[in-house]
Design a binder for this molecule. Structure first.
Ligand code: FAD
Ligand code: FES
Length: 509
């Protein structure tokens, strides 16, 4: 069936393959007061990697997560563990010079090896597989770009080569190939890291949201039912909650979509991403005895969602037409921070911070970038030099590499703020089950959703970060903020920041 040909709901269960197939964790809620060396907020790849690395240096850690281990962005990833990030080296060398590009490559290649080592040492059953990773070209223009990327990356000491032999089931002109890369089941991997973190004076807590942090000696994390006192705090919540460090101005959230279909063929020893637009990312995986083909793409800045169902349908059409997928089993979307100057952030939260550190801006390659960032902070908090720290420095000033993009992104955000202020409809429209809309109730923009049973739910439509008006994402059934990317469930619970507070309930119209 070719799903692109109809306008109905997209194919597939609306849940990530990785979340659906990993089982769940059951760590306790933090209740009472606790003292450790380092408090880590966020049980994604960045937070858990940092926590385990710190524990291995002999420090005690407490990881707290508002949800369950691995169910954030990392649970919605594609699963490539690689230092080949499409055409990143050409971009970084142009913006920051060859040395910074080399350091970025070394950090990410070391991260690939660190993950491989942890999987072996901690016996983590997470379908880790070595694969070659390809950035492929279908047009002559793209071919020129991959040739340049391959030469540059090889010159930087990375395992890169240009090739015309690309093991895809459709013809392409050539590719950059990185050998010795990998893929993982990201949720199983994080569950394995969490297992290794707990014990010996270190802890993992779930369903525990950090509400406030205080920088001082000790540094303190306040949660609803308890407090963690620590020498240092790492905020690894993907986007720092509550606007700390003003990273929402230095990073813009970018959303992408994935579909996974079952196939009869075994997984390939290769993963792929296209240079040509529309960009497509491809990975094959064997999960619990079943083979899947994942197709990703349709990326956009959060203010430009458009018809999200159509985005899933276009990905499904590609999987059907070009990858031989018969039926889509799962579909999901998530977003990650793209730093204005192209480099991730790992370091102090702000120039004046003393004991509060941050990892963010992982540019949609956080399995490796987040791992590298975690290793940088581990060294910093252990009093050791780290050779990648200056390139990832969270307080760097790079006006030449960021100014143009800063203007472009923040003008778009301002337009989204204005559009949101004008968006509320004057009265309720008839909603079908599964639909949501923003209407005016007593003069207030109100986000109204009708669930599958016909019950109407209403919450404030005013984003708790900085007051933009949220919009309904029909394919994922979420309220999404177009300004800095906060996402909320239909009952108003924060899924992703920078918002730190839920959308409050509103009168049902
Ligand atoms: C569609 C898509 C595909 C991708 N594919 C790849 C890929 O193939 N390879 C790759 O390397 N990268 C990929 N990435 C990027 C990568 O998945 C991310 O960079 C990475 O997973 C981010 O990890 P994280 O630890 O920063 O965030 P998360 O995994 O989101 O972890 C942050 C955690 O913090 C918790 N949290 C948030 N606020 C609070 C709070 N106030 N208190 C307590 N806890 C809180 C959340 O619940 C969450 O669990 C992809 C990104 C996208 C968008
Ligand atoms: S995310 Fe900033 S206003 Fe909503």
């Amino acid at each position: 069936m070719n799903a692109a040909s109809n306008n109905g709901p997209p194919e597939g269960e609306p849940v990530s393959l990785w979340v659906a197939t990993a089982g769940t964790t059951d760590y306790p809620v933090l209740r009472g007061d606790l003292e450790v060396d380092v408090a880590v907020i966020g049980a994604g790849v960045a937070g858990l990697t940092a926590a385990l690395a710190l524990k291995r240096t002999g420090q005690t850690v407490a990881v707290i997560d508002t949800a369950r281990v691995g169910t954030g962005v990392t649970g919605h990833t594609t699963g490539k563990v690689t230092s080949l990030h499409r055409l990143a080296y050409s971009e970084l060398a142009r913006k920051h010079g060859d040395e910074a590009a080399r350091t970025y490559g070394q950090a990410n290649q070391s991260a690939v090896e660190h993950i491989s080592q942890l999987v072996a040492e901690e016996a983590i059953d997470c379908d880790f597989r070595r694969v070659a990773n390809y950035t492929y070209a279908e047009t002559d223009d793209a071919l020129d770009l991959v040739r340049v990327e391959a030469n540059l990356a090889a010159g930087l000491g990375l395992p890169a080569a240009f090739t015309t032999e690309v093991p895809l089931p459709f013809p392409v002109k050539g590719a950059v190939r990185f050998d010795g890369q990998a893929q993982i089941h990201a949720v199983k991997y994080l569950q394995g890291l969490a297992r290794a973190v707990g014990g010996g004076g270190s802890f993992v807590f779930e369903q525990t949201r950090a509400q406030r942090i205080h920088d001082g000696s000790p540094a303190v994390v306040d949660t609803e039912h308890g407090t963690v006192r620590a020498r240092d705090i790492i905020v690894a919540t993907n986007v720092p909650f509550g606007g700390q460090g003003l990273f929402y101005l230095r990073c813009h959230p970018h959303r992408s979509y994935l579909v996974a279909g079952r196939v009869d063929t075994p997984p390939l020893d290769a993963t792929f991403i296209s240079v040509d637009e529309p960009m497509r990312s491809i990975l094959t995986a064997g999960v619990n005895g079943t083979s899947y083909v994942l197709t990703g793409g349709e990326g956009h800045r959060v203010s430009e969602s458009g018809d999200t169902a159509a985005r899933y349908r276009r990905l499904a059409a590609f999987a059907h037409d070009r990858l031989g997928v018969d039926k889509i089993a799962y579909r999901w979307s998530t977003q990650d921070g793209i730093p204005l100057d192209g480099l991730p952030y790992a370091g102090l939260m702000s120039p004046t911070a003393k004991h509060v550190y941050v990892i963010t801006g992982l540019r949609k390659w956080g399995l490796s970038n987040g791992t590298a960032a975690a290793l940088i902070l581990t060294d910093t908090l252990s009093g050791r030099e780290n050779p990648w720290a200056s390139v990832f420095n969270s307080n760097r000033i790079t006006p030449a590499a960021s100014a143009g993009r800063f203007m472009k992104e923040n003008v778009k955000t301002a337009a989204a703020i204005l559009a949101g202020k004008l968006s509320g409809r004057p009265s309720q429209t008839d909603l079908s089950p599964g639909e949501g809309t923003v209407i005016k109730v007593n003069g207030e923009n109100t986000a109204v959703y009708k669930d599958a049973d016909g019950q109407v739910h209403a919450v404030s439509a005013t984003c708790t970060h900085m007051g933009c008006t949220v919009g309904f994402n029909a394919a994922d059934a979420t309220w999404d903020c177009p300004c800095h990317g906060s996402r909320f469930t239909t009952d108003g619970t924060v899924i992703q920041g920078p918002a730190a507070k839920n959308l409050p309930p509103a009168p049902v119209p």
